[in-house]
Design a protein around this ligand. Structure first.
Ligand code: FAD
Length: 386
C-alpha cells in the first residue's frame, strides 16, 4: 500500500486500529462493490454493519460515539473511498452532514432522539441544501419555512440529495420567513411526514454505488421543536460542508491510491514486446508521477488533520485540500486507466469506476471552481463570485 514517506509509522494505536478494521471491512464485506456500481445500487445491508464498526461520526463525542482523533477519522474516509466513493459518501453524509449539525446545533431532545440511532445505522439521514435552481450559490435558496402556531410549514424542493430515497430524516435548510431578514435555518424533517416525497435520480453515470434523490416539500408540517436551535444563517450549512470536505480531502487520496496499486500490479504482470510493461520507461514515468502526486496529497491531508485537531483549521485550508486532492485523484485515476489498456475500461478493474466517481466528487461539496474562488478571495481579499 503506497505510503512512500512512512506516514503510517507515526500513527497512534487508535488510528492504526481504525485503519485496520476499515481495511478488513472493505476487503471482507464489500467485495461486490463493482456489481453495485453496475446495478446503480448501494449495499444497504451494510448500513447497520458500518454503524457497528463505528464509521458514522466517530470523531464526535457523547451519545455512544467514540470521539477518535481527526486523523483517525480522515484515515477511515481514505480507506472507505479506496473501496468506492459511494461508501465514503454514505459515511460522510451520515456523519458530517447529518450527525454533526444535530450534535453542534441541536437541542438536547434532538440529540437524544437522533444521534444514537444515526450512529448505529438504525436510522439513515440526508442533507438537503442544493435546489434545482441553486447549486453553487445555495444562499439564494427558495425553500421556505413559515411558523404557524406550534408548527412550521415547509415548502420547496431539493435535488441531488445523497440518500434521500432511503433516509428516515432529512436536515433541510430553508429560509425562515417568520423571522426578520428571512434567515436560513436547519429543520429536521422525518421523511414519512405528509407532503414529503423523495424520488430517486437513477440516470447517473458517476457515483453509481450511491443512492441520490430529490426532496419535495409540499406544505409539510413539523413541530416547532424540529428546528435546529443553535444556528442561524449560511454558517449552519457551510460549517457542515467544512466537516464533510475534510473527509473528502482524505477520501480522494484513498481512491487514487487504489488506482495506483491496481496500475502498479498490472504493470508488473502484463507483458508486451517480451517483458512486463512496467519495464518500459514510459510506464515507469506514469507510476513515478502518480506516486508523487498521491504522496503530496497524503501530506496535505495529514497536515490538515493536525490543524483541525489543534483548532487551527480554517475553511479555506479545507478548500485547498479538497480542491487539490480531488483534482489529483481525478487526473491520476485516468492515468491508471490508461495503463490498463483495454482492460482499463471494464468493471473488472477499479480505475474507471473511481475515475467516473471523481466527476461527482469534483462537483459536489463545492465545485473545483468554487474552491478556486474561495482561495482567490482569501489570497486577495477580493470576492469574485459575482
Ligand atoms: P452549478 O452551480 O449550476 O454550476 C455549474 C458550473 O458553473 C460548475 O462548473 C460551476 O463550477 C460553475 N460555476 C458556478 N458558479 C460559478 C462562479 N461564480 N464562477 C465560476 N464558475 C461558476 N447537494 C446537497 O445539498 N446534498 C447532497 O447530499 C448532495 N449530494 C450530491 C450527490 C451527487 C451525486 C451530486 C452530483 C451532487 C450532490 N449534491 C448534493 C449537489 C452538489 O453539491 C451540487 O451539484 C454542486 O454544488 C454544484 O451545483 P450545480 O450542480 O447546481 O452546478
Amino acid at each position: 500500500m503506497l505510503d512512500y514517506f512512512g506516514l503510517e509509522a507515526d500513527l497512534g494505536e487508535e488510528e492504526r486500529l481504525l485503519v485496520a478494521s476499515a481495511r478488513e471491512f472493505v476487503d471482507g464485506e464489500v467485495e461486490d462493490v463493482g456489481q453495485h456500481w453496475i446495478d446503480g445500487t448501494f449495499p444497504t445491508e451494510l448500513i447497520p454493519k458500518m454503524g457497528e464498526m463505528g464509521f458514522y461520526a466517530p470523531n464526535l463525542d457523547g451519545y455512544g460515539l467514540p470521539n477518535v482523533s481527526e486523523k483517525a477519522y480522515g484515515l477511515l474516509m481514505q480507506e472507505l473511498e479506496a473501496c468506492d466513493s459511494g461508501l465514503r459518501s454514505m459515511a460522510s453524509v451520515q456523519g458530517a452532514l447529518v450527525m454533526y449539525p444535530i450534535h453542534a446545533f441541536g437541542s438536547d431532545e434532538q440529540k437524544e432522539e437522533w444521534l444514537p440511532k444515526l450512529g448505529t445505522g438504525e436510522a439513515v439521514g440526508c442533507f438537503g441544501l442544493t435546489e434545482p435552481e441553486h447549486g453553487s450559490n445555495p444562499s439564494a435558496m427558495e425553500t421556505r419555512a413559515e411558523r404557524e402556531g406550534d408548527e412550521y410549514v415547509l415548502n420547496g424542493s431539493k435535488t441531488w440529495i445523497t440518500n434521500s430515497p432511503i433516509a428516515d430524516v432529512a436536515v433541510v435548510w430553508a429560509k425562515d420567513h417568520s423571522e426578520d431578514g428571512d434567515p436560513v435555518r436547519g429543520f429536521l424533517v422525518e421523511t414519512d411526514r405528509d407532503g414529503v416525497t423523495t424520488n430517486e435520480i437513477d440516470d447517473k453515470l458517476s457515483l453509481r454505488a450511491s443512492v441520490t434523490g430529490e426532496i419535495s416539500l409540499q406544505n409539510v408540517r413539523i413541530p416547532k421543536e424540529n428546528r435546529l436551535p443553535g444556528v442561524e444563517g449560511m454558517k449552519g450549512p457551510l460549517s457542515c460542508l467544512t466537516q464533510a470536505r475534510f473527509g473528502i480531502a482524505w477520501g480522494a487520496v484513498g481512491a487514487a491510491r487504489d488506482c495506483f496499486e491496481t496500475a502498479r500490479e498490472y504493470a508488473t504482470e502484463r507483458e508486451q514486446f517480451g517483458k512486463p510493461i512496467g519495464g518500459f520507461q514510459l510506464q515507469q514515468e506514469k507510476l513515478a508521477e502518480m506516486a508523487t502526486q498521491i504522496t503530496l496529497a497524503q501530506l496535505l491531508a495529514h497536515r490538515l488533520a493536525d490543524l483541525k485537531e489543534r483548532g487551527e483549521m480554517r475553511p479555506q485550508h479545507v478548500s485547498m485540500a479538497k480542491r487539490n486532492n480531488v483534482r489529483m485523484a481525478r487526473e491520476q485515476s485516468r492515468v491508471a486507466r490508461e495503463m490498463l489498456g483495454g482492460n482499463g475500461i471494464t468493471t473488472d478493474y477499479s480505475p474507471m469506476r473511481h475515475l467516473t466517481n471523481m466527476e461527482t466528487v469534483y462537483t459536489y461539496e463545492g465545485t473545483h471552481d468554487i474552491h478556486t474562488l474561495i482561495l482567490g478571495e482569501d489570497l486577495t481579499g477580493i470576492p469574485a463570485y459575482e
